[in-house]
Design a protein around this ligand. Sequence first.
Ligand SMILES: [Zn+2]
Length: 266
Amino acid sequence: MFTDTHAHVFHPKIAAKALAQLTAHYGLKPRGTGLLDDLLARADCAGISRVVVHTAATDPTQVIPANNWAMELMRLSPRVTAFGTLHPDFAHPEKELDRLERAGITGLKFHADFQGFFLDDPKFFTLMEAVGSRFTLMFHVGDRLPPAQNPSCPIKLARLRRAFPGPVMIAAHLGGYLHWEYALEHLAGQDVYLDTSSSLRIIGDETLRGLIARHPAERLLFGSDYPLFDPADEIPLIESRLVPLGLRVEDVLSAGTRLFPARGAA
Ligand SMILES: [Zn+2]
């Protein structure tokens, strides 16, 4: 069974606006509509059974609506694992963490760049203490600014890993979008999962070879970053870029199924 571990699905009311924001930020036109039915149809075409979807609250007032949406997504399809979110400026996170846990949410997504904080901010460390080891944590990592100036980067994530050895951590975009040389130095071989989302088109050959050589295959997850990309279009990239490095397509596609077993099967 295959799993797409990194996708985004928007509430129909805000999908158009969210797609416009993605277009503006990444300078590319999203492939999908950002709606659940579209994602699941494309997953079917790609032979993917399960999807893990992520929402990050851009400010503290968005935490509860984003988490309500995650809970609704879990109800809409048994194929969906939805991550919740929090924000370092959200007051009394314990209550919200309990609410998520009661709803069966097992993961939290943090996108420091969009959420407006740095991964090494002491207030984020305080939030990490409240989170503990109860959730699997998905971090957006990297972007155009160099590590010191970028809110997220492989170096800050590696530091977070050392400070909080408990929870399962996933570093999106092969450890850091446009930060791959730092991901190779600071995250490869560490106790973090890396996902392939938005990376296999542009990462350089040598850096990719180094990452795959140093990082255990079972900690490499398939992610499409839908709606930016179509999961079916990402599979040929595994074939062209990862298979020559000794990985098997079916192993990359099924690694997420072990991490996120079907609900009720855990
Ligand atoms: Zn993403």
